[in-house]
Design a protein around this ligand. Structure first.
Ligand SMILES: *[C@@H]1O[C@H](CO)[C@@H](O)[C@H](O)[C@H]1NC(C)=O
Ligand SMILES: *[C@@H]1O[C@H](CO)[C@@H](O)[C@H](O)[C@H]1NC(C)=O
Length: 358
């Protein structure tokens, strides 16, 4: 059965020159990567239990490094290069949060994360740090439970007194966020299973990226637990933050392959500092302004259409081929300076065969 979906898509004007703005790379790797743990035993261990401190930037980045290294031999269809793991996207995102000042204490009550204080401190009051906790600590706990950190490695995240609402072990993260944890488990189990699967590589890749994005989105939904922390920011920052979360829906629907190289393209035009309400975006580069514009545009169109745009997008992304096209389109939209130079209403017809729907 053939089904045809028509996706109405408003594409935007924009003349941008590409160039890196927010500082997210150091020697081609996420910032401070060289200082992170390269093996599990580099992290603190207490009574046989691994106890990383996710409120320290280097420890939190180490969680990514350890998961990337541990899953590398399993990624097969995702590519042979060490930079092909989709988890690089999250590691780079964490680096961007640090350099743009988003992990610092937004209340001003402490110097946590400030240049004048402990620069590697992640504030428990930072909304961004809290959101990221769900896509760093949770996958690490799940991966460790699935044996990726070695046999029977137990983990308990250190937790400051003012963040005791956040889960710290596999057991209590599963109790509090069963959906997110089971989706991360499915991703890690899927990596192992894909090694044995007879599917062609492009389908395996699509399948694994599907598991990955399902898990990431489940973590993002669970991170609604961080909402109260938004009260520490300007309305410009809150609106950017919400648009940024919303844009994840589009990126996830195409199962974006968030490798190191591709993620750099998407992350470097993000605003390089926390936004203030004073209407002074003059110090933001053209790329940064363009990105803010695209994000808020996606969100406002979607709000206007009552969520129809994201639903149409999701249902159009119904096959391996359609998702490949969708990825290209999204890349064009965010990155390509010569992409429609005037506001265009373009209808994109996508043909999907029901049997290739996964
Ligand atoms: C792996 O990726 C890096 C960074 O893009 C590139 O320089 C290198 O040539 C790639 N290696 C292989 C074997 O493809
Ligand atoms: C999670 O479990 C740990 C270890 O048992 C405990 O210290 C912590 O308070 C628990 N956290 C929550 C949010 O229940």
């Amino acid at each position: 059965v053939q089904c045809v979906y028509i996706l109405g898509c408003l594409l935007l004007a924009g003349t941008v020159s590409l160039g890196s703005t927010a500082e997210i790379l150091e020697n081609g790797l996420p910032i401070l990567w060289a200082q992170t743990a390269s093996q599990v035993s580099d992290l603190p261990i207490q009574n046989g239990i691994l106890t990383p401190n996710p409120w320290n930037f280097l420890h939190r980045m180490s969680l990514y490094r350890l998961v990337i290294v541990a899953t590398d031999p399993f990624k097969g269809s995702l590519g042979t290069n060490t930079t092909d793991s989709p988890l690089w996207g999250l590691a780079l995102q964490l680096g961007w949060m640090l350099t743009s000042g988003r992990l610092a204490d937004p209340t001003g009550a402490t110097t946590c994360g400030l240049q004048t204080g402990d620069t590697s401190c992640i504030s428990t009051q930072s909304w961004w740090g809290c959101i990221n906790y769900f896509v760093s600590a949770l996958p690490f706990l799940s991966g460790a439970q699935q044996g990726f950190m070695g046999p029977e490695v137990q983990v308990r995240m250190q937790v400051p007194a003012d963040a005791e609402d956040l889960c710290t072990t596999y057991a209590n993260c599963t109790a509090l966020y069963p959906d997110a944890m089971s989706k991360w488990n499915a991703f890690f189990q899927g990596l192992k299973a894909a090694m044995e699967s007879p599917l062609p590589d492009n389908e395996k890749k699509d399948y694994l990226l599907g598991l990955y994005w399902t898990a990431q989105m489940a973590s993002i939904y669970a991170s609604a637990a961080c909402n109260a922390r938004q009260s520490h920011y300007s309305s410009a920052e809150v609106s950017f933050a919400n648009n940024w979360l919303h844009s994840a829906e589009y990126v996830s629907a195409v199962r974006f392959h968030s490798s190191l190289e591709k993620s750099v393209l998407f992350l470097s035009p993000l605003p390089s500092r926390v936004l203030q309400d004073a209407p002074n975006t003059a110090d933001l580069s053209q790329e940064e302004t363009h990105t803010l514009y695209i994000f808020s545009w996606m969100n406002s169109i979607d709000t206007l259409l009552g969520g129809t745009l994201i639903r149409a997008w999701r249902s159009a992304m119904c096959s391996v081929d359609a998702r490949e096209k969708g990825r290209e389109m999204l890349e064009q939209l965010v990155l390509n300076p010569s992409f429609p130079t005037s506001t265009v209403f373009s209808l994109i017809t996508m043909t999907c065969s029901a049997q290739s729907t996964t």
